[in-house]
Design a protein around this ligand. Sequence first.
Ligand code: ADP
Ligand code: ZN
Ligand code: MG
Length: 505
Amino acid sequence: MGVSGSRGHCYTWRVMTEYEPVIGLEVHAQIRTRSKMFCGCPADYHDAPPNSHVCPVCLALPGSLPVINREAVRAVIMTGLALRATIAEHTKFDRKNYTYPDLMKGYQISQYDLPICTGGYLEFDLDGQTKRVGITRVHLEEDVAKLFHRIDPATGEPYSLVDVNRSGVPLMEMVGEPDIRSAEEARQYLMKYRAILQFLGVSEGNMEEGNFRCDANVSIRPKGSREYGTKVEVKNMNSFRAVYRALQFELERQARLLDGGKRVAQETRGWVEERGETVSMRSKEHAHDYRYFPEPDLPPLHISRAWVSEIAERTPELPDEKRARYVTHYGLSAYDAAMLTLAPATARFFEGVLEAGGDGRAAAIAKPAANWIITEFGRLLNDTRTQIEESNVKPAHLAELIGLIEQNVIGTAQAKTAFEEMFRSGKTAKAVVDELGLRQITDSGALADSVRQAIAQYPQAVDDFRKGKDAASKFLVGQVMKLTKGKANPTVVAQVVKEQLEALR
Ligand code: ADP
Ligand code: ZN
Ligand code: MG
């Protein structure tokens, strides 16, 4: 089905006015532990040669026995606490049976009826309002192996390669209530959940790298209706943008079907990025029966309240708490505080600038620090696709630059030039300012010549000044700024201009 721009737009509008979207997300996040979920293999498989992080347990050799990774359980409890969920006292693991080549054992160890966390909620801001979405559960399971589908160039035969490194990596699944009402809400919710996981340090939350994955359940219903429509599960979205686009597409597709008097089929659809559409993968008739049963090789897990309290005490500051503190302690705007707490690396950089700024100066440099990070720095990072923690610019460098502006050593225009060079070269603010000769001219003696030159060039301005036109002196200040290529301190220039004009009166 082709979607032309204008019709697509029309339907977006229609979805919003006639129907109400109902969306619930299931999010899988790999947990950052040293070892895998049920064996001692390293969980980090970045840059590892294929099938190098494997052992009898994660290869599912007969006779091997799993052992629960305590750190992974701790991470799920910490996440549950952040989501205000109830942490189960008694929990267990279950076998989820299905056969697919990425599943070594023929079943996945997961949790069925007694997940570690139940209930809770997640809040995010949208259009100046706080939206709350209920959390159904968070449970612990294991990741599967990675398949690479290839085609033999000689014979044209398709074949697949299996890399078992990922098999057994701890995976946390969060199931959300169908409380989301638009594609944008879904995106915001997902970004907020990722921020929480990143601030807790439990997951990298990188969708492009596949350690943070989301399946979206989507339905629509006529506005005012209380019953849910038939839901479609959408998979294969590899970025936040893809989630937004896939949901937008799917909502429009469903609206078209209902408008045409057709029904939405309950099915799983895959997002095809290049085509910008979802395509059917399997219908509900082919749904799996996973034949869940308790994992006989693992003991049930008792989570003591003492352990939960200990984890609660050691929980790092959450993005919302940080944001509130930035507003109350440093007087930042809600917007700036929100921008700085989108990712921990940004918050860490900001706090690093305050620290480098020196004792008692945090409140004074917080605002300029926030401005630089959000605008200039943010733009350069974006343009060069650089992560803030990998940038040449270090917190101390930015603190120094802000100090130079404060002390009138450089003006704002020069500061921007300096920052660009700092970003490029990694040199300190002082070094760049000296190298590029960006120091402001604040010596009135040094500026006298430029002022004389401007006055000689524009005698009309002198006449105007004599007639009492204040704008004349402002004009001359502008000319001197031009002559000095913006390096003169405007306050000093204004003073010298006034002196010379007065003398000519
Ligand atoms: P299933 O039995 O297919 O696994 P669940 O009821 O367990 O379905 O829900 C799975 C996910 O689908 C949850 O995230 C939930 O919020 C969402 N969901 C449930 N019903 C709907 C619906 N009608 N429309 C959209 N999402 C839904
Ligand atoms: Zn292993
Ligand atoms: Mg379910």
